[in-house]
Ligand binder design. Structure first.
Ligand code: ADP
Length: 227
């Protein structure tokens, strides 16, 4: 079953060129897909259209049972809860500890306190950071911050995990650890779409690769086909 379907998505920011031109693809449930392209290729624009932060100028995006043509504004938060998002810059709240950052994502969906406590502990265990529960973001390494951000993104059991250059600020070892974590999350059933411009990363991974170039989808390498 398709969890996401992009049908001829186009978007321009009022410049001579389009940030996205008639981009079409599908993501099936359980897939792990890299979205590659150099800086400016349109990766972030596509992710922002998927989370319905902005609408396409033309075309339709179908995500998790909603579509960009008919979704009412008030339903967008409901869609967002079905999506987990991780950014290059982590976006943790600096005045909250690691566990509070994760708990925050659960509080906004109105979960009971007892459930939140257990869920936060389970998520910290999953990312290997129970010993950092009380640490604040400035006390964590980049790799640790990103793993907390992943735990937060997964708090509400999203159908789809989206990541925008999540390894962009990490050293090679933290990058390897984060990739292992993403693969594990995918093995447990979450669909993952990860944008990156790090082609070294995808050249050694046997996953599906969507390639954007100047807003055009120029490649769709199937899983299992290494270059
Ligand atoms: P990537 O994530 O692959 O680096 P982006 O989606 O950020 O690519 O950018 C695609 C194109 O759209 C670029 O030409 C960029 O300059 C332009 N762009 C992105 N966001 C905006 C914006 N908010 N306003 C104007 N132009 C933008």
């Amino acid at each position: 079953m398709a969890i996401l379907r992009a049908e001829k998505i186009s978007k321009s920011y009022g410049k001579d060129w389009a940030a996205l031109s008639e981009v079409s693809f599908e993501l099936a449930e359980g897939e792990f897909v890299f979205l590659v392209g150099s800086s400016g290729a349109g990766k972030s624009t596509l992710l922002s259209i998927i989370i319905m932060e902005q609408r396409p100028d033309s075309g339709i995006i179908h995500v998790a049972g909603f579509d960009s043509k008919t979704i009412p504004r008030e339903k967008i938060p409901i869609l967002r809860r079905k999506l987990g998002v991780v950014f290059q810059g982590f976006r943790l709240l600096p005045e909250m500890s690691a566990s509070e950052n994760i708990a925050f994502a659960l509080k906004v969906t109105g979960q009971p306190r007892k459930y939140i406590r257990k869920r936060v502990f389970d998520l910290l265990s999953m990312v290997g950071l129970t010993h950092k529960a009380k640490s604040y973001p400035h006390e964590l390494s980049g790799g640790e911050k990103q793993r907390i951000a992943v735990a937060r993104a997964l708090a509400n059991n999203p159908l789809l995990l989206l990541a925008d250059e999540p390894t962009g600020n990490l050293d090679p070892q933290a990058t390897d650890e984060l990739m292992e974590l993403f693969f594990e999350i995918n093995r447990q059933g979450t669909t993952v779409l990860m944008a990156t411009h790090d082609t070294a990363l995808i050249d050694i991974m046997p996953h599906r690769v969507l390639e954007l170039e100047n807003g055009v989808l120029v490649g769709d390498r199937p899983a299992g086909a290494l270059p």
